[in-house]
Every structure is written in structure tokens, then in C-alpha cells.
Design a protein around this ligand. Structure first.
Ligand code: NAD
Length: 353
């Protein structure tokens, strides 16, 4: 079993366990009688054998979808928890993808001023990214994740076997983030070098499911290190957004249809690399390597054509914009990225699809 820890302070720490079939013995890792279990309607149908272990009255099932990641759903959960008389030493368990994890984490952080919180992520994105690092929240009409808290899960129990039921679209969503970690590994300042890029390159096929424990453990270790060094996204944590300034603009332009978030991130990484190459920050060798890996996983196979001016306008909404200047993370050496604020807009435009 892989065990990874995040520690921000003596009281604020998180234990992350990764193993195939770990969920079969879920009772070994949590006190079922003390747990309130939050999941969505899709996952509840797929995994009745997990729900069955919990007390019916303490199971809260929410509707499936990003559009339900809102105040109403949180309010519904909080009322249910109060109705069932949740106590300070009870625990909230999130069983699902990033949406369930973010909402359940938010509820755990505010109810009775905070109760224990455990995540059991079921998507690749949630296993590698959203269940790690303590960001919780929900969407409002003003934008995504604008209300939220930083609240580390006490435990994250990762069982890659849940990926067997995940569809291709959501699998690619996670893979895009995995590739992101591969290209920022050195910037994550981990003592150990995992060489995620190599693990992904050496494997001959696109299907890396048999390597999943290793791959997820790499991503989790990298994020855990970054988060331990920068809990509230002051500085280092920004590197986790590599490819995302482009990606968010592409997703908004396409109205969140046509491509998954992971594919958008992959297009974003390609644009950032092209720009960096044109700015002479990286050589042909590394530029080709980045493109090879993204192509290997077929993450940018769709023929996309954008009105470039519109994409530039959308990029100005990025949270890293300062003094009306776009700040972009660009690769500067193998597996290293840096934040730039002096971007030549003509070169930027030329890097877009
Ligand atoms: N907190 C963070 O640090 C952080 C980081 C990245 C993303 N996020 C958030 O995560 C969310 C996206 O997460 P996501 O991609 O997991 O989406 P999601 O939670 O909506 O899950 C995607 C779909 O897959 C289904 N699903 C989940 N597990 C399954 C399984 N094992 N088998 C079959 N179907 C399954 C879900 O029901 C859903 O329909 C966004 O709201 C985003 O803002 C948060």
C-alpha cells in the first residue's frame, strides 16, 4: 500500500492511502457508526455494496452533475446532517468525483465549525487532484468555486479499481491532469524524483490502468509536497495551473461542450510549450517530447479552430492576471515551469490553435 502525508501544521494533516481493492475492507479505515456518507445518484447505483455498509439514515445522496455544485445542494446536505443530529466527533465521508468531494468537504468544514472529513475519490481527476490539498467549495452565478474553504481531509482512501466503471470522457479528464504533473515534476520541489514522464513514456500502450497505483501515487506525492509548502495558494501552488489559463479560455469558448477539462488542459500545455519554444526557453528536443506524450494519449485529436482574439479576451479573466497583464506558466527546462508576465501578444496569438 502507498502511504503519503500532507502536513501544514501539527493540527492540520492528511493521510493518503492508495491500493487496489482497498475499498473492499473500508471498515478497517473508518468507524462506520460515526460516519455520514455523501455520494451522488450515479455512484450510489454503481456501488451498492459500499453503501450497504453504512446506516441508511446517515447516507445522503445528491444529484449528479456540476450544475448541482451549488448553495442549494450544500444547504440540503447541511440540513440533513443537522436533522440526524451530527456531533462534533462524527465524520463526513465523500464518495465520488470532484463535485461530491468539493461539496462534502465544504459542508464538513462549516458544520459545527468543522468535523472530521474522509474522501474516497472515484474519478481519476479526484484521485490525482481534487481530493488532495483541501480546497472545497461550490459554484455561484458569478463563477466556479467562488465560495469555499481550505480544509484538508483527515484521510483520503484511493482505490483505483473504481476507475473500471469510469467512462472514456471522464478518464481523459483525469489523464490531462496526470500529464500536467509529469511536466511540472521538478518545479514541485519534491526530495524524491519519481520521473512520472518516464513512467508514462515507457509504457507502450495508451492504457496505463495496470500502472495506476504508481501513477496516482506520483501525482499525489507531487501535489502533497506543493500543498505542504504552500497551503493557501500564495506562490508555489500556482504551478498546478500549468496549461489551465489556455484551458479555461478554450472551455468557456466551447461552452463546456465538445472537450473535457483534461483535453482542454492538454491543448493548453501544447500552446504553452509552443510559446515557450518560440521564446527560445526550451529546445526542439523537449518541445517534441511534450507533444509526443500528449499525442500518445490522444488528448488533442479533435480539430479545434478558435477566433484567436476571443480566446485572448477570455484569457484576461484568468485569476493570475495582474495590472491587465496575462501571467502564464511556461516550460523553461525539462519538467520545470516558470511564471511569466511579459508575454508578447503576437507570439501568444500564434501559439493558439
Ligand atoms: N478541490 C480541488 O482542488 C479541485 C481540483 C480540480 C477540480 N476540482 C473540481 O472537481 C470537479 C470535477 O471533478 P470530476 O472530474 O471528478 O467530476 P464529477 O465529480 O462530476 O464526476 C464526473 C462524472 O463521473 C461520474 N463518476 C464518478 N466516479 C465514477 C465511477 N467510478 N464510475 C462511473 N462514473 C463515475 C460522476 O457521477 C459524474 O457523472 C469540478 O467541480 C472541479 O471544480 C476541484
Amino acid at each position: 500500500m502507498e502511504k503519503i502525508y500532507i502536513k501544514n501544521s501539527e493540527v492540520n494533516k492528511s493521510e493518503i492511502l492508495i491500493e487496489n481493492d482497498l475499498s473492499k475492507n473500508i471498515d478497517d479505515f473508518l468507524d462506520i457508526n460515526k460516519c455520514f456518507f455523501i455520494t451522488n445518484s450515479t455512484i450510489a447505483k454503481l456501488y451498492p455494496e459500499i453503501l450497504y455498509k453504512f446506516n441508511d439514515k446517515k447516507i445522503i445522496i445528491i444529484k449528479d452533475g456540476e450544475k448541482y455544485k451549488n448553495y442549494k445542494t450544500c444547504n440540503y446536505i447541511l440540513n440533513k446532517l443537522l436533522e440526524e443530529k451530527i456531533e462534533r466527533n462524527d465524520c463526513i465521508v465523500a464518495f465520488g468525483g470532484g463535485v461530491v468531494g468539493d461539496i462534502a468537504g465544504y459542508c464538513a468544514s462549516v458544520i459545527l465549525r468543522g468535523v472530521k472529513f474522509i474522501q474516497i475519490p472515484t474519478t481519476l481527476l479526484a484521485m490525482c487532484d481534487s481530493s488532495i490539498g483541501g480546497k472545497t467549495g461550490y459554484n455561484t452565478s458569478f463563477g466556479k468555486n467562488l465560495i469555499g474553504t481550505f480544509y484538508l481531509a483527515d484521510k483520503v482512501l484511493i482505490d483505483p479499481m473504481f476507475l473500471n466503471t469510469l467512462d472514456d470522457y471522464n478518464y481523459k479528464c483525469g489523464l490531462g491532469e496526470v500529464l500536467k504533473y509529469a511536466f511540472i515534476e521538478k518545479s514541485c520541489k519534491c526530495e524524491k524524483f519519481y520521473n512520472l514522464e518516464d513512467i508514462l513514456t515507457v509504457n507502450q500502450t495508451k492504457d496505463v490502468k495496470n500502472e495506476m497505483v504508481k501513477i496516482i501515487a506520483c501525482c499525489v506525492s507531487l501535489k502533497a509536497n506543493v500543498v505542504s509548502l504552500d497551503k493557501s495558494e500564495n506562490n508555489l501552488r500556482k504551478i498546478l495551473n500549468f496549461g489551465h489559463t489556455f484551458a479555461h479560455a478554450f472551455e468557456t469558448y466551447l461552452k463546456y461542450k465538445k472537450i473535457s477539462h483534461g483535453e482542454a488542459v492538454s491543448y493548453g500545455i501544447k500552446c504553452a510549450s509552443k510559446l515557450s519554444y518560440e521564446m527560445k526557453k526550451i529546445d526542439d528536443n523537449y518541445y517534441n517530447k511534450i507533444n509526443f506524450l500528449i499525442d500518445k494519449f490522444s488528448l488533442t485529436n479533435k480539430k479545434l479552430k478558435f477566433k484567436k482574439q476571443k480566446i485572448l479576451e477570455l484569457m484576461m479573466y484568468d485569476k493570475k492576471v495582474q495590472n491587465k497583464k496575462i501571467n502564464l506558466l511556461l516550460p523553461v527546462a525539462p519538467l520545470e515551469v516558470e511564471l511569466f508576465d511579459n508575454i508578447d501578444l503576437l507570439l501568444l496569438e500564434a501559439s493558439l490553435p
